[in-house]
Ligand binder design. Structure first.
Ligand code: HSE
Length: 434
């Protein structure tokens, strides 16, 4: 059988990696796909010194690939929402299948893209959009298809995890670690996407859709970054038996679906609390399988290429099949998506770590306890540190049981109004993940 011709748009970290993996593993890939996969054209503004593209035709115009009649599958690896959107829509319009690693594109425009793909009978595959080399989309969409999924929680931004790990283990400065992540090709073009949780929210939006069978709703995801975390809180969390991770959490409740990205204290003995550096991990809890954990490299040249190529193999196997009988883009049949709402953050429930800076006066602890108990907030543990020499204040660290976000906000407002409490109360959510 003749090889399938594909076009790669974008020859950066992931594009270069995809070209290399296709070349390096060509024989194994053909044995799996049933046909060879040939890169017939590349669209790139400049060569990638890490990829020897040899005689493969290169164009500077991505639309040459989308309009190339020889090409069956367009691989979109340029990133961003604008040009990538036009490229993908053009490729679909031209009846081509699409493989993309673009989480922002899928999270923001996925509903529209999938509708167009259904209309044209083509596949849009996006395994590489979430958690780099971990085949978590396939695992949730197909491997866990028998489950009613209750929740999932993931470390889904490698750059953020790398920064938190280096800060905790080596005491390195935030900016310094971020620069290293950029040099290693992990960080987004706009690094605020990594450190402010936007990249993780894109990925969480996708995971929640395929886990619960809901449309993509990135605009409703709650996003809080890691830029305000202090070493003091990292150390206090450690003393209480927790690790701070930047977590994406999606949970189904009767009232709606929680969709939130924020720094989170996790018990230090959970496997996911020990996922360090650029590694990612996603825990998925289903009613039948219980908790499962998917771990691996969340970014980088070869790991992300691994997912792109796996999608290519899937597309090659399925492209001659009846479009109605393919795995649905969002795991559930498009006419069976649920309208269960995404909850606003103040209607979400979590346990909380609170750090209160108090004056060293008698009765302060009692006042704090009264404010919490009046609002039905149960304290799980409390730790009062020694007076700090530089300001004479006493750090009080509390961990609460689960409570509605709106209630903790109310309690924090009351705590900050106390004469003996100085400055803002630090609050970080806590998840037991059991
Ligand atoms: N910037 C992303 C990360 C790349 O650090 O995880 C992979 O999506």
């Amino acid at each position: 059988m003749k090889p399938v011709k594909v076009g790669i748009c974008g020859l950066g970290t992931v594009g270069g990696g995809t070209f290399n993996v296709l070349k390096r593993n060509a024989e194994e890939i053909a044995r799996r796909a049933g046909r060879g996969i040939e890169v017939a054209q590349i669209a790139a503004r400049r060569p990638n010194p890490k990829s020897e593209t040899g005689s493969t035709p290169i164009t500077a115009d991505i639309f040459d690939v989308a309009n190339n009649p020889e090409i069956d599958i367009v691989i979109e690896l340029i990133g961003g929402y604008t040009q990538a959107y036009d490229l993908v829509m053009k490729a679909i319009e031209n009846g081509k299948h699409v493989v993309t690693a673009n989480k922002a594109l899928i999270a923001v425009h996925g509903n529209e893209i999938f509708a167009k793909a259904r209309e044209k009978g083509v596949i849009v595959a996006f395994e590489a959009a979430v958690a780099g080399g971990i085949p978590v989309i396939k695992a949730i969409r197909e491997g866990l298809a028998g489950n009613r999924i209750n929740w999932l929680a993931g470390i889904i931004n490698g750059t953020g995890n790398f920064i938190l790990t280096e800060m905790r283990e080596k005491g390195r400065a935030f900016e310094d670690v971020l620069k290293e992540a950029q040099a290693l090709g992990y960080a987004e073009a706009d690094p605020t996407f990594d450190v402010e949780g936007i990249d993780a929210a894109h990925k969480l939006t996708i995971l929640a859709s395929i886990a619960f069978g809901i449309p993509l709703q990135f605009d409703k995801a709650y996003t809080e970054g890691i830029t305000k975390l202090t070493t003091a809180d990292v150390n206090y969390a450690e003393a209480l038996g927790y690790r701070i991770k930047h977590l994406g959490v999606a949970r189904r409740t009767d009232a709606g679906i929680e969709l939130r990205v924020h720094p989170t204290l996790i018990p230090a003995d959970r496997l996911i609390a020990n996922v360090n550096g650029v590694m990612n991990a996603v825990m998925v809890n289903g009613d039948a399988a219980g908790s499962t954990l998917f771990y691996g490299a969340g970014a980088g040249m070869d790991p992300t290429a691994s997912s792109v190529v796996a999608d290519l193999v899937d597309v090659v196997r399925a492209m001659t099949s009846d479009p109605e009988n393919r795995v649905p883009h969002l795991a559930f049949q498009p006419d069976s998506l649920s309208d269960h709402p995404i909850l606003p953050i103040d209607a979400c429930e979590s346990a909380y770590y609170l750090r209160i800076q108090a004056k060293d006066h008698p009765g302060v602890l009692a006042q704090v306890a009264t404010i919490l108990s009046e609002r039905g907030i149960n304290i799980e543990s409390i730790m009062q540190m020694e007076v700090e020499e530089h300001d004479g204040l006493v750090p009080m660290i509390l961990v609460t049981h689960r409570v509605l976000e709106s209630r903790i906000i109310e309690a924090i407002t009351a705590l900050e109004a106390l004469d003996d409490v100085v400055g803002n109360v630090v609050r970080i959510r806590v998840e037991q993940l059991n």
